[in-house]
Each structure stands twice: as C-alpha cells, then as structure tokens.
Design a binder for this molecule. Structure first.
Ligand code: FRU
Length: 489
C-alpha cells in the first residue's frame, strides 16, 4: 500500500494546490493525538505535531505576535516532502499551531519548500524561501539537475500566504556557483534598502555567501560575495547577517570541514564570523545544533532559535520510533560580551518555572516529569560533575567541559568537549528528551537530545557553588500548545 508521503509526492501540482494542505491537516488530526502521548515529547520546546522538523524559518515579530515557521515533513518522521509549518506566539512561551503555511505546488518549488526568512514592509509580511527542484535524468544534483529558486510570498495576517513569485533562478547566480544556492535571509541594510544573503557551494568546492540588494523586495541585484581565502568547507548553508554592538556578524553553516576533538566535532558546523576576524566561532558545542536563525524582537533584543538536530548526524533522534522527530532550541537572547556573542535562554523562560526543589545532602533531586532547570552560580570548585538521568554526565575540570553519555540514553552520542577559561556558572535546561547546557551565562552552549525511559529526572550536582537551584518546569506552555491541532484551511 502506498504511504501518504508517496501519495503526496505523486499528486499533480494543481491537485497539490487544492488538496495538500487539507491532506496534511487531516493527517495531523488523525495522528497528532497519538504522537502527543509519546514518552519523549518535550514540553517547552517546539516540535512537529507529527512527522519531521528541521530548520526554523521566517522568524519574526509581526502585528503583535512572534512567528516561528519551520521545515516540516508531516507524513514521515524520517524526513520527506518539505513544507513550512507554522507556530505563532504572543510571548515566546505559549504557542498556537496554525498548520501548514506553504506547500510545494509550483514547477519552481515542486521538490521542496526549503529554508528561508521573513521581512516586514509596510503592513505586509513577506517570506522568501528556496524552491527546490530536482530534474529527472542522470545528474549529480550539485553541478546539474537541481533548481534552487528564490521564491517570495506575502501575507497580511502572518498566517495566510499568497502571490507566490519566483524572484531568482540558478541563471541569476554567479558563474562560479554550483546548483546549490539556498536559504535566503532578508534584512534592511545600513542605507535603508533591502539585502538578501544566500548560502552557496562554489564549483571550486568552497562555501560562500552571495549578497543581493533590492529596493522593492522584487528586483534583486548581486552586490558581492563573502567567502574565506582558503576553502572552509564546500558548502555554506543558512546564512544570517546582523550587528552586535557595532560588530558585523555573518553566521553560516559550513559543510565539509575537517572534524576535530575539541572543535568542529559534529559532521556539519554552525557558527559565525565577526567582521575583521578570520575564525569561525561555533554557536554550540553539543551534539545537536544546526541551521539557526536570528531576528529582532520588538524591544530590540536579537533572538536566535536553532534546530536541535544535525543532518546526517549518525546518531539517533527517534530511537523509540514515536512518529515524530526533532525539535527547536529555546529562543536564546544574544549579547555581545568579552568580544564574543553570549547566548542565554530568553528571560521569559523563567516564567515557566514551577516549584523549587531542595537537594538532599548528596546534592540529589528527582524532578517529576523530566522537565527542569539546574542553576549553579559562583562555582567554587575547579572540578565538578552534574549527572542527569542514568547516563548523561556534564563534567568540568578547570575550563574544560565535557558533555557525555555513558549508556544507551545517548542513542549513539558519545562525548563533546568545550573550553572556557574557568567555569563560573552552569545553567541546564532539561525538557524530557533535550538538554541545553549554558556555561558562564552563555559563553559556551552545549545542546543535545537524549532519551531516558524513567519518568522522573534524577539530578545530582557534585561540586561547590554559592547558589544552587533546582526548578521543576511547569506545564503552562503545554496546555495551550496541545489545545488545537486543526489546520487553518
Ligand atoms: C539545512 C538545510 C537547508 C535547506 C533545508 C532543507 O538543514 O539543508 O540548507 O534549505 O535544510 O530542509
């Protein structure tokens, strides 16, 4: 029998236009209640209602709400036809799910509504994404056989999108590019006109970012290219540009960088360049982080959300086969300190705290629901360990920090290293199957998925800190989150 994924793939474009969103909404309605009961579902991290999620897309604040779109393959938890799913929120704590915002239903995006971004102009919200096309035939899909089109859509309510327009095709990209050019990120340049960056793989096997300029968000002209003198990976995905206290930041996700034990430990990297500096700084030293996007909140804060996953990672993010896979990180506030970017959970997150739990003499607590927060500040010991559940261990020895899994809860994850000059504080967010570790108030972050079977979160802190707190994280987010699974159409 054919799967829903196969049926969706086989639909003609005109049928997709009429039926695909409805089909996905019906699929969600049928399967989401079951998925929602699964043991590894997080409580305050965004997940796909069913199926597969990857990159956050189109992050913005528009008409009084935050919008979080995401790469979504509803019909299979192993990843399939890519669409944009959509959550919105008044406060980044309580979310409404709006169903699918954009489906692949034109010749120029038929093989996937890939990643992209959002920008407001006047009263309207515009989204830009990559329309992925795979031609039939004998192709390597790098030098031939792939279309990577920049597509624009617009909306007056942030929920319904119309007027799909193809803005750029491969013919418009510079000669030195392969067919891999993608993930448009829009922003307003210093001169008040629009800019768009696109990630690219050059023919000389080098990652780069193309920079386009536009005055009307319709016509775009190439303005330049960012790359390194020596190749740093063959492809740069998901570029982003913004400023931190006068420093120009270019974020990219390089693929093809040689892996090491202390740096670049994952298969693909994600980090940022500061203008005038040569080295990429990694956003996250954990096992599961990729394709982040930033946006500006109405109060001026720069907020980053990442995908808590990595493509082709080689370890499992759906070991229990629960019918869904992957989640996003919590929104992180970025600040410029000590000549680098610190990332810290948005301050709103503390509102999710439930009760405070007092540890026993051995520094142990058991948090019900596997959802909690551990904060150790003014750490006095050069060495220490935090045990999370049966197998997750966070250790520090002077400035060297490791996040490791000592049993099968890591589902193939072993150890990741990070370095600071001295560990002064640690804040750990645990949400059922995801852990985010913030060292020194966000100087270094380590994100990982893990999969415990026991119902409570056993935590043990070994070390000395002037301030040590354990909080349970409550279900407020959850209530709104699961209240309505209906699609909008
Ligand atoms: C990053 C990425 C993007 C692409 C999207 C497709 O994870 O490969 O470059 O647009 O995922 O889902």
């Amino acid at each position: 029998m054919k799967t829903t994924e196969m049926l969706a793939e086989e639909m003609t474009l005109s049928r997709r236009k009429e039926e695909l969103k409805k089909m996905a909404a019906a699929y969600e309605k049928k399967h989401a209640p079951q998925v929602e009961l699964q043991d590894q579902r997080a409580v305050y991290h965004l997940m796909p209602p069913v199926g597969w999620l990857n990159d956050p897309n189109g992050l913005c604040w528009y008409k009084g709400r935050y919008h979080v779109f995401f790469q979504y393959s509803p019909f299979t938890s192993q990843g399939g036809m890519k669409m944009w799913g959509h959550y919105s929120s008044p406060d980044l704590l309580h979310y409404d799910y709006h169903g699918i915002a954009i489906v692949p239903d034109e010749a120029y995006d038929k093989d996937g509504v890939y990643s992209g971004s959002a920008i407001c102009q006047g009263d309207k919200l515009y989204v830009f994404y990559t329309g992925n096309v795979k031609e039939e035939g004998d192709h390597d899909y790098i030098l031939s056989g792939r279309g990577a089109n920049v597509i624009r859509m617009e909306s007056e309510d942030g929920i319904h999108f119309e007027k799909k327009t193809c803005i750029l095709t491969n013919e418009d990209y510079p000669e030195e590019c392969t067919c891999h050019v993608r993930d448009p990120k829009l922003y307003v340049g210093e001169d008040g006109t629009y800019r768009m960056v696109l990630g690219a793989r050059l023919k000389e096997e080098k990652g780069a970012v193309l920079l386009y300029r536009s005055e009307d968000l319709l016509h775009f002209r190439l303005e330049g290219m960012y790359t390194t003198p020596e190749a740093f990976g063959y492809m740069w995905e998901c570029p982003d540009i913004f400023e931190m206290e006068g420093h120009k930041i270019l974020a990219v996700c390089p693929q093809g960088v040689e892996r090491g034990n202390e740096r670049y430990q994952n298969i693909y990297q994600s980090g940022y360049y500061v203008q005038g500096r040569e080295k990429l700084t990694e956003w996250d030293m954990g096992f599961d982080f990729y394709a982040p996007q930033t946006f500006e909140a109405p109060d001026g804060r720069r907020i980053l959300i990442g995908w808590a996953g990595v493509p082709d990672a080689g370890y499992d993010s759906d070991p229990m086969e629960e019918g869904w896979q992957h989640c996003l990180t919590v929104p992180r506030e970025l600040t410029w300190r000590n000549s680098k970017i610190y990332q810290y959970p948005i301050r709103e997150i503390t509102k999710l705290r439930g009760g405070e739990w007092i540890p026993d003499d051995a520094g142990r607590v058991s948090l019900p629901g596997k959802c909690g927060e551990i904060i150790a500040e003014d750490i006095k010991t050069d060495r220490g360990v935090v045990y999370i559940g049966s197998g997750c261990v966070i250790k520090w020895d002077k400035g060297h920090v490791t996040l490791s899994f000592e049993d099968e809860t890591g589902a193939g994850r072993s150890v990741r290293n990070a370095q600071v000059s001295r560990v002064e504080s640690i804040r750990i967010l645990v949400d059922v199957s995801i852990i985010e570790v913030y060292i020194n108030r966000g100087e270094v972050v380590m994100t990982s998925r893990f999969f415990m079977e026991q119902p409570d979160l056993d935590v043990r802190f070994q070390g000395k800190a002037d301030r040590l707190k354990f909080y349970q994280i409550g279900g407020r987010f959850c209530e709104t989150f699961s209240s309505d699974w209906g699609g909008t159409d």
